[in-house]
Ligand binder design. Structure first.
Ligand SMILES: [Zn+2]
Length: 150
């Protein structure tokens, strides 16, 4: 069998021989191939060998596989790490949203979680004195001397 085609026309004809065996040639391509094979002995010999080999291969009985064929999965480490991180972020987000939804479904005011906390605000008397000081002292003015009564 001549493996190396001698010209572009021969190369195309040998590709068409293969396509013809699979029934993938149009009528025009089939006639062009036949015309080339009629005048090119090398391609005609190539076609006869390929057709005979293909017919023998297709006629051969199928063989059972004696050992199992194992195809190993490709390792995808970088992408796998990204997927794990994304899944963890989504899980964290889902837990946070679930917590927010369950808290809001209880119809509690937003500050109710501070009900049991100690009150750190100063007494009302202290707030009133601070308001009195702020009413007298303005930005840019000097402070009264320590111990003076407002
Ligand atoms: Zn040829």
């Amino acid at each position: 069998m001549s493996v190396v085609p001698t010209s572009f026309a021969c190369e195309r004809a040998r590709e068409q021989v293969s396509l013809s065996l699979d029934g993938e040639l149009s009528e025009l391509e089939r006639r062009l191939l036949d015309a080339h094979l009629a005048r090119c002995g090398a391609c005609q010999a190539f076609a006869q060998e390929v057709v005979a080999f293909t017919e023998a291969l297709r006629a051969a009985p199928l063989e059972a596989v004696r050992e199992p064929i194992v195809v190993e999965r490709r390792r995808r480490l970088p992408l796998g790490r990204v997927q794990v991180a994304a899944a963890a972020a989504l899980a964290f987000l889902a837990v946070g949203l679930a917590g927010q939804l369950s808290a809001s479904s209880e119809q509690r005011p937003a500050l109710s979680r501070f009900d049991d906390s100690p009150n750190l605000s100063p007494p009302a008397s202290v707030l009133e004195r601070e308001q009195a000081i702020l009413s007298v002292v303005r930005p840019g003015t000097t402070l009264p001397p320590p111990g003076s009564v407002l």
